[in-house]
Design a protein around this ligand. Structure first.
Ligand code: ADP
Length: 306
């Protein structure tokens, strides 16, 4: 067992940040902590890495976090801004210099896909490149366990995919990964297991498939109708079961129901721009368990910026 938390509690004054959290991460596993802002994710990461004290039992690499061998751990905090006036290579060399033994900075640059930007100042890199350099600083010591707090927040979709490929590659070579994210696609893509944290409690734990099976609900047909009320009325009249959907009209439906639903809409004279059939995903689990749409927790300012 690489990480173990048993009944972990942490308060800040009257605020209960962690309210009895228990879970463990096995060697070689990728574990994603998901949950809305303020759920306690960062506090849990800090407790697990020994930068804040918490009640209960916390173990990292088989002992107290403070005693864990530093060179075996790679940590990327949520807020991390390295020196702006160093190049990507200089930054990695700087962090590599903090360890007795470390990797060649150029091979880390290669891992994070930044060989071509090795001599670019940090401040001149794009948002995605910056975050990849930051991930690189957590890799210079070839860690056994990598802890990433919101590694892709504020990164554009391409940069996010590049980071996913990097994390998948590390997981394939046996690195244990604990990450936090509010991108459900990220958790679904990367994680062997997911823990959903809400109000300081771990409300669900399991593989993405298990959680979707338990809480995801039915497969659905989403109708992008010009007039949602019109579409809702027509589908109700035709006997379809409506599902909660933030932006469109959705009914429980298997793929074979699509022609009948299209006919029902046509018969009622409902105009629509698109029909999208999809299986439930982790985002539906998230809505079912937290009552909030996960997209509402995104950062509207940095979202989608390069
Ligand atoms: P998350 O990372 O899921 O957004 P946090 O762990 O940052 O959640 O926060 C959990 C709760 O603890 C929140 O209510 C937050 O306001 C509170 N909190 C976190 N850090 C501090 C702190 N240093 N002082 C006071 N309250 C804090």
């Amino acid at each position: 067992m690489v990480i173990r938390a048993e009944n972990v509690r942490r308060r800040y004054g009257d605020t209960v940040a962690l309210d009895g959290v228990s879970f463990s991460v096995e060697s070689g596993e990728v574990f994603a902590l998901i949950g809305p802002n303020g759920a306690g994710k960062t506090t849990l990461i800090r407790a697990l890495t020994g930068t804040t004290q918490a009640e209960g039992t916390v173990e990292l690499l088989g002992g107290a976090p403070e005693d864990a061998a530093r060179h075996r751990i790679g940590l990327l905090p949520q807020e991390f801004s390295p020196a702006e006036r160093l190049t990507a290579r200089e930054l990695l060399a700087y962090y590599a210099g903090l360890y007795d033994q470390s990797r060649d900075p150029d091979s880390v640059l290669d891992d994070v896909g930044l060989t071509d930007s090795a001599d670019t100042y940090y401040e001149n890199l794009s948002g995605g490149q910056k975050r990849r350099v930051c991930v690189g600083t957590a890799l210079v010591n070839a860690p056994d366990v990598l802890i990433l707090d919101e590694p892709t927040t504020g990164i554009d979709p391409n940069g996010r995919r590049e980071l996913w490929a990097l994390i998948e590659g590390l997981a394939d070579t046996g690195t244990t990964v604990l990450l936090t994210t509010h991108y459900m696609e990220e958790a679904e893509t990367l994680a062997d297991r997911v823990g959903l944290l809400a109000d300081g409690k771990l409300v669900e734990l399991g593989s993405p498939e298990e959680l979707i099976e338990r809480h995801g609900g039915d497969s659905r047909l989403v109708v992008e109708a010009d007039d949602a009320a019109d579409a809702t009325r027509a589908l109700e009249r035709a006997g379809y079961h409506l599902l909660p959907d933030e932006t469109h009209v959705a009914v429980a439906a298997g793929p074979r129901d699509i022609p009948d639903i299209a006919d029902a809409l046509d018969d009622a004279g409902v105009d629509y721009e698109g029909l999208l059939w999809r299986q439930p995903g982790l985002d539906d689990v998230y809505v079912a368990l937290t009552g909030t749409d996960v997209t509402a927790t995104g950062d509207p300012i940095t979202e989608g910026q390069p």
